[in-house]
Design a protein. Structure first.
Length: 227
């Protein structure tokens, strides 16, 4: 006569299968392009939130508007890492004359809301914000973490400086270092940021003018709908 499983044995088997499924399924379904697009879109929204909560207006400072919060993408190396696409979230604190539009100190960098011990930067070439390696954030290095090999910017301001800034109303605009008046860099059309991975799959992140509303779409190869 064949011996049946006891209730305890059945429960044990179910628990083991559940653990194996929880470990295996995320690895099977992981798509680094989806993760990169979701992260960048979330961080653009977070940059907008920081700007709306931190009004930089100062009647005694003619360059007050150059201090808006921004997210800046670069294809440069940083100390200890090779060149590749990465980004930083910061405000220009004016430590250097004329508000040079670069992250000038650790105090100007945004903290990671998911890990306050980390900053929202993976390092920036030739900038003093690189001095505390323990606070650098590898997930903002899109090339090394998510295999993003190219980023294309369409209608996102200066073609040679990939910066999206936000004013206290949440309106998106471009780089402000060379701006003469507060709102001459406001976006008038959709800003589209297209990420391309090493398999030539793409994800497009769209920022609407005026409202700063952010969404992203993925190509058909990913099998994932718009977010």
């Amino acid at each position: 006569m064949k011996k049946a499983f006891t209730m305890i044995e059945l429960i044990f088997i179910i628990v083991v299968v559940g653990i194996l499924a929880a470990v295996a399924v995320p690895q099977i379904n992981r798509n680094s392009l989806v993760e990169a697009a979701d992260q960048v879109a979330a961080h653009i929204r977070y940059t907008q939130q920081l700007a709306m909560n931190d009004n930089k207006f100062d009647p005694d400072d003619p360059n007050w508007f150059k201090r808006f919060w921004r997210i800046q993408f670069t294809d440069q190396g940083a100390p200890g890492s090779a060149a590749g696409w990465r980004y930083n979230i910061y405000w220009d604190n004016g430590d250097f004359p004329g508000s040079n539009g670069q992250p000038n100190s650790l105090n100007s960098m945004a903290a990671d809301p998911q890990n306050p011990n980390k900053l929202l930067t993976s390092g920036f070439a030739r900038q003093p914000a690189n001095t505390d390696g323990a606070r650098m954030n590898q997930k903002l290095n899109l090339g090394a973490t998510y295999n993003i090999r190219n980023i294309q910017f369409t209608n996102c301001g200066n073609r040679n400086n990939h910066t999206i800034s936000f004013d206290s109303y949440g309106r998106p605009m471009g780089q402000l270092a060379n701006s003469n008046v507060p709102y001459d860099r406001l976006f008038v059309g959709q800003c589209v940021i297209t990420l391309t991975n090493d398999a030539r799959e793409t994800a497009s992140i769209t920022i609407e003018p005026e409202t700063g509303y952010v969404r992203y779409t993925l190509n058909s190869n990913t099998g994932t709908a718009a977010q």
